[in-house]
Every structure is written in C-alpha cells, then in structure tokens.
Design a protein around this ligand. Structure first.
Ligand SMILES: C=C(O[C@H]1C=CC=C(C(=O)O)[C@@H]1O)C(=O)O
Ligand SMILES: [Mg+2]
Length: 500
C-alpha cells in the first residue's frame, strides 16, 4: 500500500493521533492531514513523510510480545549485535530494558560539563523527525540508553578507550519487560529513497530470529578461576591517610577514593553469565551493562542518581557502609553501630546536604526525611535518605544529572575540590566507574544510576573498581577493608558465572 501525505504544515508543538506521533518544533514537521494516513502502518507513514520532506524520518514501532527473559534476549543478540548491547533493570525488576544493535548513537568526547546538555539537544533534534506506531508504554518506544564517564578531564586509559565521555544509543531493537507485560520496539531511520515494504520485511525477519534465539536460552559460561592483581594497595592507603589529614586541616570536607583489581583468566568472561549471576545475587540493586565493541561495563548498584517521571524527581543519598554478618544478632549490632557511628553519619550528611541544595535550587518543592534509614544489600548495609522533588518547568532529567554528578557519595564535598583531588591523587582512570548510566525517553522521563559495584569485561580480562568516602576520622586500614566488601558483589558474580 502506498501512503501519500497531502500537506505538511510547520507548526509548534506535538501532534498525536491514531497511534502516530510526529513531533515538531517551530519549523519542524507536523502532519496536519493525518486522517488520510489512518489506514497506513507506521513504516508507510514514515516513508511517505520522508519522501515528502526529502529527508530521513525516524520510525519507532512498539509491539506487545509474549514473555521473554531479558537476559535470554541479551544473549540472543550476541551473534548479530555483539558489542552493541545494553541492559538496565531497576531493583525488583519493575522495569528492565535490553537494547541490541544501534539505530542511532550520540557520542560526545569532550572534557567540558556541556556533555549533559549536548546529549539532550542532540536527542531533541532527532525527536523532531519521529513517527511512532503502537501503544505508549513507559520504558518502551524510542529511548536512549547510555552513560557518562566519571570525570572527562581525567586522562583516558586503555581500559576505557571504548567508553567515551558521553555515549548513548537508540537501540535497533529494544525489549521492555515490566510486571504487566513485554514489548518489543524497533527503531529505524527511513531515507526518502527507501522502500517501506522491504523495511517491513527485514523487521519481521530480524525480530523473529531474535525472539526465536531468545526462546532457546543458550548461555555460555565464563571462567571460574583467574589471577588477581591488586593495584597499589599500599599507595592507596597512604593516599587515604593523607586525604583524611587534609580534611582534618579543613582543606575539604570529604573525598571518595577508589582503587582497582585486575583479573586475568584462561577463558573469556561472558557478560550474560555475569549479569545472570548478578541478577540472582544482587537483588535490591539496579543491574546494568553497556557494551562498546569488545568491552562490556557491567555491574549491580544500589544507588539511584535521579529519576524523572513527569514533574516528579527522585534521588537517593546512599553513603556509609558496614559489613553484614550471617549471625542475626551480630548483624543487628552491626546495623545499630552504623546508625550511631559519628564517622559514618558525617560521610552520609555530606551527601544529604549537597543533594538537598541542588534539589532546593532546581525544584518547586522538596521532601527529605530528617534522619537516614538503613539500606541492606547482600554484602553490606548502607545509610540511606530518599529525596523527592517536584520540578520547575525548565528542570530536565539530564540537567539534573549534570547538577548532581558527582554527588559526595562518589566525588566528595565541595564537589570541584574533591574532583580535582581525585584526579590528582587517585592515580587511576575511573572511566565510567561511579559515573551516571541510564535511559531517557521522548518525554524526557527516565532514570540514571551511579555505576558502582562494577567492572569492565574484555575478553579474558576484567577490571573491577571500588571506592570509599573519606572523612577526617577515616582510618586507612578500615577503608581498605570496606573496599574489599565492595568488590565482593562483582567477584562473587564472576565466580558464579563460571560455575552455572
Ligand atoms: C564508591 C562506592 O560506594 C559509595 C556508595 C555507598 C557507600 C559508600 C561508602 O560508604 O563509602 C561510597 O560513598 C563503591 O561502592 O565503590
Ligand atoms: Mg564508607
């Protein structure tokens, strides 16, 4: 069937009818006589529009599908889309996103703070030429998945050469899994000279292949043993001692210092096996994986940076840590100790005061409890204070990411001094470790988490990272022990991934 667009009027705003949305800013494209296209598919409408406009149009089609396990879908993408896959799942798996393949990407390699707004502008520019088909489902349809490096001014290392200072992907195929169902979105740019029938045929074939493979749930195992190199632990402890002394001298209030473990195995690490193990072990955490070529950055973090849902913004202050015990009595004592401990309360308070200040500046209203509660994950307890705000009209998700990152749970306080100290003293490229990773949809809603409890998998090597909030009372030996606890989630998942 051929579709004709009889007239297109540039108009401000958004138009939506018959399951088709065409977004246009002033001078952009809006279908004013959409009625004539009512009987056409989204691909046909997009192709007609592309011909009429003589420029490419983005089509995004969402279909409801039968239940599929997100990690089976991720694994199913290995052959055709290996190196171009991403996963984001929230705690309790209320929403899981798996993207495979690249329809479009926004990569920014800059050392300036503008990387957040650049991604936002580029995304909005693409949305000006969007046609959608299918139901509007939160977490489905056209959306970007990606992340930001912790500090773009840090000199880049070999470990992170694949993960740029900002890198986002509009997936070719996106699986959305929620408690109320599963959806598959296909995204594609259609050029004026492309044939819609051919595109529809390729879509059907590729989707059928992906879903067929996912139903076979074939997942490889990873290695179960490896050699570990602990990078400069003595030097790290000395840096902690020096930084605590500087904090006591009033140079700054808090700094987070991280260190690295390097693993070398006889066989390649397998991202889907590691993810599957993390999902099993690290409930109460966000799961994430971002592949770029031969490297996969993967982890399970408890820490939300910011979520936007309409005019509501949610953040969380999560800092201060104590180990867990298998003995319930001892575990209870440890929890009490964490709640009472002055050093840990100070570590946490620095995070609350910074996030509160940003929210008070950027929101109409803010709600923050007076005292922290406990947040328990498999290997440790944290102090936790949730933050809720209601946005002003000009507050966007990525502007909030830019204002908040790095919070004093990842950087320190004051922000600029702490980031400079990390750059100077840590002696390591954090890459995306402790940076924001997440997703943003066409309405500007989405969620970013802080990518800790994580590592880079590259063939037979894995690079793991963990850090600690240093305050005046910090003791180098106990901070070192704390990083050992924070390496546990990844070490355990890597091990389990080899034994499945
Ligand atoms: C930087 C990390 O944790 C942060 C988040 C929670 C608790 C922290 C702490 O108690 O030091 C850290 O600020 C990490 O896990 O690598
Ligand atoms: Mg700590």
């Amino acid at each position: 069937m051929t579709c004709f667009v009889s007239s297109l009027t540039p108009r401000q705003g958004r138009f939506s009818a018959y399951g088709t949305t065409v977004l246009g800013e002033s001078g952009g494209i809006v279908v004013s006589t959409i009625n004539q296209l009512e009987h056409c598919s989204g691909v046909e409408r997009a192709a007609a529009l592309a011909r009429q406009q003589r420029q490419a149009v983005l089509i995004s089609r969402t279909l409801r599908i039968d239940a599929v396990d997100p990690l089976d879908f991720f694994a199913a993408g290995t052959d055709s889309y290996g190196g171009e896959r991403g996963v984001l799942a929230d705690p309790g798996e209320m929403l899981t996103l798996v993207g495979v393949g690249v329809c479009d990407r926004i990569d920014v390699q800059t050392s300036s703070r503008s990387r957040f707004t650049t991604v936002e502008k580029e995304w909005n520019r693409r949305l000006e030429r969007l046609v959608t088909e299918g139901p509007f489902i939160k977490g489905a349809g056209p959306l970007l998945m990606g992340g930001f490096a912790f500090d773009p001014e840090q000199p880049g290392s070999n470990t992170w050469k694949t993960h740029l200072s900002a890198s986002f992907v509009l997936p070719k195929y996106l699986l959305t899994v929620r408690k109320d169902g599963c959806w598959l979105t296909a995204n594609r740019w259609i050029a004026p000279d492309e044939n819609e029938t051919e595109i529809a045929r390729i879509w059907e074939q590729e989707q059928a292949e992906l879903l067929q493979r996912a139903s076979q749930s074939l997942r490889d195992k990873g290695p179960a043993t490896w050699e570990v190199e602990e990078v400069a632990p003595q030097r790290w402890k000395e840096t902690v001692r020096q930084s605590a002394a500087d904090i006591r001298a009033g140079i700054l209030r808090k700094v987070v210092l991280a260190r690295e473990l390097r693993l070398k195995a006889a066989h390649p690490f397998v991202p889907e096996a590691v993810l599957s193990q993390l999902r099993r072990e690290q409930t109460n955490n966000y799961l994430f994986a971002m592949e770029r070529g031969n490297s996969c950055f993967v982890g399970a973090t408890p820490e939300r940076l910011v979520k936007r849902d309409g005019d509501q913004l949610l953040s969380a202050c999560m800092a201060s840590t104590i180990r867990r015990s298998e003995d319930p009595d001892e575990d209870r004592q440890l929890k009490e100790q964490l709640m009472q401990d002055a050093k840990n309360r100070e570590e946490h308070a620095a995070v609350v005061s910074m996030i509160r200040a940003v929210f008070q500046r950027e929101c109409e209203s803010v709600e923050i409890p007076d005292a922290p509660t406990l947040y328990t994950v498999r290997n440790m307890h944290h102090l936790f204070t949730p933050v809720t705000g209601y946005t002003r009209s000009d507050t966007t998700l990525l502007s909030m990411v830019g204002h908040l990152h790095p919070t004093p749970a990842m950087g320190g306080f004051p922000q600029a001094d702490a980031t400079a100290m990390i750059r100077e003293r840590e002696g390591m490229d954090r890459g995306w470790f402790a940076g924001p990773v997440g997703w943003i949809d066409r309405n500007g809603d989405g969620e970013f988490v802080v990518a800790i409890r994580s590592g880079v998998l590259r063939d037979k090597c894995a690079f793991l990272f963990a850090g600690c909030g240093i305050v005046g009372d910090s003791d180098p030996e106990s901070e070192y022990e704390e990083t050992k606890i924070k390496f546990q989630p990844m070490l355990s998942a890597l091990k389990g991934a080899g034994e499945e």
